[in-house]
Ligand binder design. Structure first.
Ligand code: SAM
Length: 330
């Protein structure tokens, strides 16, 4: 039976991670990051490994030549192995962004942003799956920057970006601490939803809660806006309840002062466990000289993505919206 390129790569990532995991007694995901680094560097870095294990790894590595695979094949295989590893234990807020969401982000960035060279920021880069899906779907020259607080996820992102040869600057830190990043043209993010525990840090944000903890997803939006150039675009995966929570009043005020809502695309509820955990993609533009709001924001209820007929209708509706509203200044 013919094995697909993604299966071929999956097998090598998986088997070599298992070999390293067994000998180094680490988690599967740690071992995956190690084997991924060996693969893109073309050398075995773990000095603790026995000679026999090194030989076993070399035999696996000889089976594949990364150059013959597309970036999407590499990303999908790597994503599947990460998903396998995440079954061991992962916090809900640290989950990878699914493919369908990443592809929609890519489509939207391509449609909204007309400049050819740009800088893109993801303050919750995690494994880099969302970021590299977007990069793989854009025909643009992009320098990207990713930040994440989780050291294992950022290592997986570093390996992910290198396997796909994407130039990404990565920072392992709390994204709500001061960032030494030049302003970007585009910010994206699958935002961590919930309370941010550091009230002292939160106080530095307009969107902080006066009593008790602030919502981290609100602070992430404000921090992304701060680091985006005037007229730049921001694309976020947000909970559907964003504009209804008890802290929504301040958010409305903040939006009025700083950004234009360009679009809100509600994902099909069937993608989520239930109505309360469902999400949407929010498209913002940072205010600035000459930046004009659209006649009307792009408001879409996306159908189940497997429903081709409904999806076609929505794509036609979106195309029409872009013809009538496409901002002229970017
Ligand atoms: N887009 C990512 C991917 O494809 O793997 C997944 C993003 S996940 C939903 C949210 C991410 O936010 C997690 O990776 C988590 O570690 C990160 N995060 C949560 N709080 C953070 C903070 N204060 N600073 C930086 N990253 C944070």
């Amino acid at each position: 039976m013919k094995v697909s390129p993604v299966e071929e790569l999956f097998t090598v990532f998986n088997q070599t991670a298992l070999v390293i995991q067994e000998e180094l007694e680490c988690s599967f995901l740690e071992a995956l990051a190690e084997t991924g680094e060996n693969l893109f560097q073309g050398s075995i870095f773990q000095e603790e490994l026995s000679e026999l294990t090194v030989k076993r790894l070399e035999k696996h590595y000889e089976e594949i030549h990364l150059g013959k695979y597309s970036n999407e094949e590499i990303r999908k295989a790597y994503q599947l192995v990460i998903l396998k590893g995440m079954q061991e234990n992962v916090q809900p807020n640290h989950q990878m962004t699914p493919d369908t969401v990443g592809m929609l982000f890519g489509f939207l960035v391509q449609k909204f942003v007309s400049q050819q060279s740009l800088r893109m920021l993801d303050l919750a880069v995690g494994t880099g799956n969302l970021l590299t899906t977007v990069l793989n779907h854009l025909q643009k020259d992009i320098i990207s920057i990713g930040v994440d607080i989780d050291d294992l996820l950022i290592k997986l992102a570093y390996v992910n970006a290198n396997l796909q040869k994407h130039p990404v600057e990565l920072f392992n830190q709390d994204s709500l601490e001061p960032l030494f990043i030049d302003p970007v043209d585009v910010a994206i993010g699958d935002l961590p939803v919930g309370y941010y525990p550091n009230d002292v840090r939160a106080a530095d944000y307009q969107l902080h809660e006066k009593e008790g903890h602030s919502y981290s997803h609100h602070l992430f939006i404000e921090q992304s806006v701060r680091h985006t150039k005037e007229g730049g675009y921001l694309f976020f995966l947000i909970p559907n309840t964003l504009f209804e929570s008890e802290q929504a009043g301040e958010l409305h005020e903040y939006f009025k002062e700083n950004v234009i809502i360009q679009g809100l695309l509600q994902l099909p509820i069937s993608m989520f466990k239930n109505k309360n955990t469902a999400k949407s993609i929010l498209v913002l533009q940072k205010k600035g000289e000459g930046v004009q709001p659209p006649k009307q924001a792009l408001l879409v209820n996306l159908p189940t993505l497997s429903n081709a007929a409904e999806m076609d209708k929505i794509l036609i509706k979106m195309d029409k919206w872009f013809i009538e509203n496409k901002p002229k200044n970017r």
